[in-house]
Design a protein around this ligand. Structure first.
Ligand SMILES: [Ca+2]
Ligand SMILES: [Ca+2]
Ligand SMILES: [Ca+2]
Length: 552
């Protein structure tokens, strides 16, 4: 019965793809031929409550369209219409009501709705991709090189039942063995006494936590030489109690086949994030890497690695390395805000590297100079298109398109321009569907990080981002107060877990609504028609469509 429900759910997604064909696929198709030709891409800060309302309207209209449609959308990519191509040249987007609008002040609401339409359309594409068993996404919406991870699929379902550092029911115990789906019966802050090692073949479903979800604090979660892992909707905040040479979340020594989605990775002492030492085939998408702290204050070291996708992430208030990209790296639709010394950094290793930089928005903040990108050598081979830069700190998103010569400034001693190439070189099996830089900004502001419930730290960060130049600060690498300078960790509501009589990870209410048996603990592990476990279908239902924007 759940299988049938899953099909119905997907027919809704397909149906929305039909709507998206009318509303946004043409626009996306237009991007493919003529990416972001507008020289200006303006968005005023939209009022949060209006955004909320707009999203609700869009979601409701999506449901209505889905209910009215009988057949799936065509799988083929749509051909851009002349209208779409013209609108795209003029910097217009198609709003939820079908009209073409400029992305500025009064239309920001429509643009935000559009962003959610694109998100839903991406889910539809993921659903289509599911029909190829070789290309089953880790979850609907998974993209890039890590998108084919299967995690713990087929293994046992393990519950995190307390917030203790170790012992039975702890997160540390749950991830200590491979072939597991990890769900959370508790929400709140987990103070880590030491680094947490993670096994291979794991799916870690942070969105199943009650209340406002999970936050790891005071130490590091580390992936070392492991593979095939799916991580979603968690907060990793190392903080000053952690070791000075570690990341808040690190993947090192030939980690591969990993996807990290909607996580908040902050207050790392060396960097917030690391992907290093021979690691490959990894996606980090829809995440926040922010406020690196003493003694390094950097965003991410992506070093000596291959086939890495970084998509729709927010990098903010890091001194530098947003990230350092030293390998073969896709860098698509990221937003970089309030860098200190340097925004995006090249590899500068004297070894041939590949970096596809597409549709990103670089926005100067109170701590920033003008080096939105830099530290390249000629051995860095860069494809760049559709990147926008806003350096005027005026509270509005009104950047201009980045030119090749902008990737090196005359006062950058020891560096040069990269070697620019004419075509992107990286092509994962499930490609990232590229948005315009302006759409990426709205989508990132709305949903990056552990955004099913944004906690006080992320709410503050998003409030600073959406000040568009007026608020935010890097936390000085010289100051060992670290995260205390930013006010420290706030409260995270632990909530009350849903009733789950058979303890299979799926609440009774969902089981009853989808034809499962709330007294049968075996059905959560069964596969649906596409090959997802029912526990995965349930977990996906918690986060699709993308959560609404919430800012202070
Ligand atoms: Ca501006
Ligand atoms: Ca159950
Ligand atoms: Ca059951």
């Amino acid at each position: 019965m759940l299988r049938k429900a899953a099909f119905r759910n997907d027919s809704q997604k397909y149906a929305h793809a039909t709507a998206a064909n009318a509303a946004s696929l043409d626009f996306i198709g237009g991007l493919a031929d003529d990416i972001y030709p507008s020289e200006s891409n303006q968005v005023d800060l939209p009022p949060p409550m209006k955004i909320h309302f707009g999203l609700v309207v869009l979601i409701m209209s999506t449901i209505l369209v889905a209910a009215a449609a009988d057949s799936p959308a065509p799988v083929e990519k749509s051909t851009p219409s002349n209208e779409a191509a013209k609108a795209n040249r003029e910097g217009l987007v198609k709003a939820a009501n079908g009209s073409w609008v400029t992305v500025e002040g009064k239309n920001a609401l429509d643009a935000a709705a559009q962003a959610v339409a694109v998100e839903t359309e991406k889910v539809a594409r993921a659903a289509i991709a599911k029909t190829n068993p070789q290309h089953l996404p880790a979850f609907p919406g998974a993209e890039g090189f890590g998108a084919l991870a299967t995690g713990g699929r087929g293994g046992e379902i393990v519950h995190v039942t307390n917030l203790r550092d170790s012992g039975p029911g702890s997160f540390r115990e749950a991830v200590s063995r491979p072939n597991r789906i990890v769900v959370f019966d508790v929400g709140g802050i987990i103070d880590l006494a030491t680094e947490v090692p993670v096994s291979s073949n794991l799916t870690i479903l942070g969105q199943t936590a009650p209340g406002e979800g999970i936050c790891f604090y005071k130490n590091t979660v580390a992936l070392d030489g492991v593979s095939n892992i799916i991580v979603r909707y968690l907060r990793f905040r190392q903080g000053m109690p952690g070791a000075r040479n570690l990341k808040a979340f690190g993947m090192t020594r030939k980690c591969n086949n990993i996807i990290v989605d909607h996580c908040s990775i902050e207050w790392g002492r060396w960097d917030d994030l690391g992907i290093t030492v021979g690691s490959s085939t990894i996606t980090v998408q829809n995440c926040i890497m922010a406020e690196g702290i003493h003694p390094q204050s950097f965003g991410a070291l992506i070093d000596m690695v291959t086939d890495i996708t970084l998509s729709h992430n927010l990098w903010m208030s890091n001194e530098s390395r947003n990230p350092k990209a030293n390998g073969t790296v896709q860098y698509i639709n990221n937003v970089v805000y309030n860098w200190g010394h340097t925004g995006l950094c090249g590899g500068h290793e004297g070894i041939d590297r590949r970096l596809d930089i597409i549709g990103n928005y670089f926005i100067k903040g109170p701590s920033s100079n003008d080096h939105f990108a830099g530290q390249f050598w000629a051995t860095d081979h860069v494809y760049q298109e559709g990147n926008f830069v806003d350096l005027d700190r005026d509270g509005k998103l009104n950047g201009t398109r980045a030119a090749p010569e902008d990737f090196h400034r005359a006062d950058e001693v020891g560096y040069t321009l990269p070697t620019f190439i004419n075509e992107p070189t990286l092509h994962p099996p499930i490609p990232v569907v590229a948005d315009s830089a302006g759409q990426a900004y709205i989508k990132v502001a709305a949903a990056a990080g552990c955004s099913l419930h944004r906690d006080p730290v992320d709410l503050r960060l998003i409030g600073e981002l959406t000040s568009l130049g007026l608020k935010g600060q890097t936390l000085p690498h010289t100051d060992a107060q670290g995260e205390a300078l930013a006010g420290g960790l706030g409260k995270i509501d632990g909530g009350i877990p849903s009733v789950d009589n058979d303890h299979d990870g799926i609440p009774d209410a969902f089981e009853k609504a989808h034809g499962l048996d709330p007294q049968d603990p075996t059905d959560a592990a069964k596969l649906d028609a596409f090959g997802y476990m029912n526990i995965e279908v349930y977990a996906d239902s918690l986060v699709v469509p993308a959560p609404a924007m919430t800012t202070k």
